[in-house]
Write a protein that binds this ligand. Structure first.
Ligand code: GDP
Ligand code: MG
Length: 203
């Protein structure tokens, strides 16, 4: 596939610090989760081939609202940027607020169709990731793992992490194949765009 044709048209809809501000719960949406600084916002930008759609940051723990985006000009299809978990320097209260926000969102959204879980390929499967994965299982939703920042490792080291991650996921009985990804080089964008469209377009 021609790379250009695989970018999604993504537009910002709203930033919601509270559940009552969420857009109406209809249609189909896919949520992006992961540790703070794993590259969630950068991945949304990569999917749209944009530099500034979602704010990226060198300071972890900035995104504290849940951000909704429309996909391909259809507000039935949404992408949702969840606040990052596991930022070591966050206060207990902040961590609790994040936890509450993410669980509140996931427990309440009928339109949620799939979760994209982002890990920094250099630090995969941290305790908070494992907690989150274990907790995701109750939803019976596809969980797609992206090993992001693959540009930071050699190809062979990246593949080693990919194979180890496959094993780790199959031990958890999670069957979606992990994907090597780089928000910087756009490696993996074609595949992820296809997955997202298949999840939101399924009924
Ligand atoms: N080298 C590299 N850096 C990345 C990649 N994705 C994100 N980053 C950097 O990682 C930092 C955190 O990214 P951000 O998207 O804000 O993470 P978020 O907190 O999960 O939304 C920023 O400095 C990004 O430029 C990637 O694929 N490769
Ligand atoms: Mg972010």
């Amino acid at each position: 596939m021609n790379r250009k044709s695989s970018y999604l048209n993504i537009e910002f809809l709203s930033a919601c610090p509270e559940a009552k501000l969420y857009p109406e719960d209809f249609g189909h949406e896919v949520a992006i989760c992961g540790r703070s600084n794993s590259g969630k916002s950068s991945i949304i930008n990569a999917l749209a081939n944009s530099k500034k759609l979602a704010k990226t940051s060198n300071t972890p723990g900035r995104t504290q609202s849940i951000n909704f985006f429309s996909i391909n000009n259809d507000t039935n299809y949404k992408l949702v940027d969840l606040p990052g978990y596991g930022y070591a320097k966050a206060s207990k209260k902040m961590q609790k607020d994040w936890g509450r926000q993410i669980t509140g969102y996931m427990n309440s959204r009928d339109s949620l169709r799939a979760i994209i879980l982002i890990m920094d390929i250099r630090h995969p499967f941290q305790k908070t990731d494992l907690d989150f994965l274990a907790w995701c299982r109750q939803y019976e939703l596809p969980v797609q793992l992206l090993l992001n920042k693959a540009d930071k490792l050699s190809r062979s080291k990246g593949l080693n992490v990919l194979y180890a991650s496959k094993k780790e996921l199959s031990d958890l009985e999670m069957l979606n194949e992990p994907l090597l990804f780089s928000a910087r080089t756009h490696d993996g964008v074609d595949q992820l765009s296809k997955y997202i469209l298949s999840w939101v377009e399924s009924t």
